[in-house]
Design a protein around this ligand. Structure first.
Ligand code: DP6
Length: 364
């Protein structure tokens, strides 16, 4: 597949006067079974499963024009930001074999996020996948590679997932609607370490209605980057046991997603979140990424579930914020619970109402 992409890449002379602008929006995603630990060139140590979100997304536009050599400028929320752009530039230069035409283009990238920078929500999944969608869209314009896929895709989602993964692992999962699985597992035929696969046709309808209410415990930037966190798994004494456990979680979660077994879903999702944090606690150096209010919220959520029997559960990213996951049928009760009892534990009472979404969308 990779060789085919390299062989088929547009290697000709970009026509003079060639210019245009493309724009894509891509959502963030929240992992249920966590990717934590990588090997080789951005390959995961274990498979992961996520919900594709909707309201938390990146919107990226790329203006391109024929030039004598590769030119690159990156603007974040209206201001030139070479720091943020460096990762995309690196990604492009590392993957020139696939996109040799970039050496004849000036690219001006403008990106913004629909969620505040100070919300502690990682943006690499949405921003990297949105950029990759733009890049593949530009590629079409000369290669004449026409793919017609379901929905609003005009580019091959598998290829989009492959290149998103090379830019940021979790971004591989953001290009699919509803839910995605990234990483090879014997329990899902279409799975691969190289790209994610859509789970949309293999999940019970209840999961397509899921909400993710994100409780902002702290808006501070992360004390440890994902990149550094993944690297810490290399010396982690529990790494082997963790990877075996993650594979077990994948097997059981796939079955629960298929049958609509909410108790198993809750059990695995909460355990995975706590395992991620436990792994960071016993890394060397060690990190405690939860805040006191994270623990207060977890205890409130469990108590609420016990009392009401509403299938509300939580997950955590590699930070202190708490993601509340629940079906649409319980939205009113859960939102009043948030406003009444949980918002006081949030930074400036902030929380974001998100839900499962439909994946990337072309804007221009
Ligand atoms: C805790 O995808 O941000 O969110 O591949 O280095 O870009 P890189 O890491 P990244 O790691 C995400 C880690 C996680 C769990 C997950 O999303 O599966």
């Amino acid at each position: 597949m990779q060789n085919e992409w390299i062989n088929n890449a547009f290697k000709g002379e970009v026509p003079s006067g060639f210019q245009g602008k493309v724009g894509w929006q891509c959502p963030s995603n929240i992992a249920l079974v966590k990717y934590w630990g990588k090997r080789d060139k951005q390959l995961p140590q274990n498979p992961s499963i996520s919900f594709t979100l909707s309201e938390c997304r990146s919107e990226t536009f790329v203006e391109f024009e024929k030039a004598g050599k590769f030119g690159f400028q990156f603007f974040f929320e209206g201001k030139e930001n070479p720091g943020f752009g460096a990762r995309i530039e690196r990604f492009l230069l590392d993957n020139q074999a696939f996109f040799p035409f970039i050496n004849q283009l000036n690219l001006k990238v403008e990106s913004r996020n629909t969620f505040p920078h100070s919300s502690g929500i990682a943006s690499s999944a949405s921003s990297m996948s949105a950029f990759v969608m733009c890049l593949l869209d530009i590629e079409h314009q000369f290669a004449g590679i026409e793919h017609q896929f379901a929905g609003n895709f005009s580019v091959d989602p598998q290829k989009a997932s492959y290149f998103s993964r090379l830019a940021s692992g979790s971004a591989a999962r953001s290009v699919f609607p509803k839910m995605a699985l990234w990483g090879a597992t014997p329990y899902y035929k279409a799975s691969s370490d190289e790209y994610a696969a859509s789970l949309a046709n293999d999940i019970h309808p209840v999961f397509k209605t899921y909400h993710d209410s994100i409780l902002i415990v702290s808006g501070e930037t992360k004390s440890v980057s994902s990149r550094a966190g993944h690297a810490l798994m290399e010396g982690n004494p529990y790494a082997t046991a963790r990877y075996a456990q993650a594979n077990e979680s994948i097997k059981n979660l796939l079955a629960a997603l298929n049958s609509g077994d909410l108790d198993t879903f809750i059990n695995i999702t909460e355990s995975e979140a706590l395992q991620l944090h436990a792994l960071m606690m016993c890394s060397n150096p060690s990190f405690i990424l939860m805040k006191p209010n994270t623990l207060r919220l977890i205890s409130e959520i469990r108590h609420f579930r016990e009392e009401t029997k509403i299938p509300l559960c939580f997950t955590l990213d590699a930070g202190p914020n708490v993601h509340l996951l629940y079906p649409d049928s319980d939205v009113e009760k859960v939102e009043s619970f948030i406003k009444r009892d949980l918002a006081t534990c949030c930074n400036q009472s902030r929380w974001i109402a998100d839900h499962v979404g439909d994946g990337p969308k072309k804007m221009q």
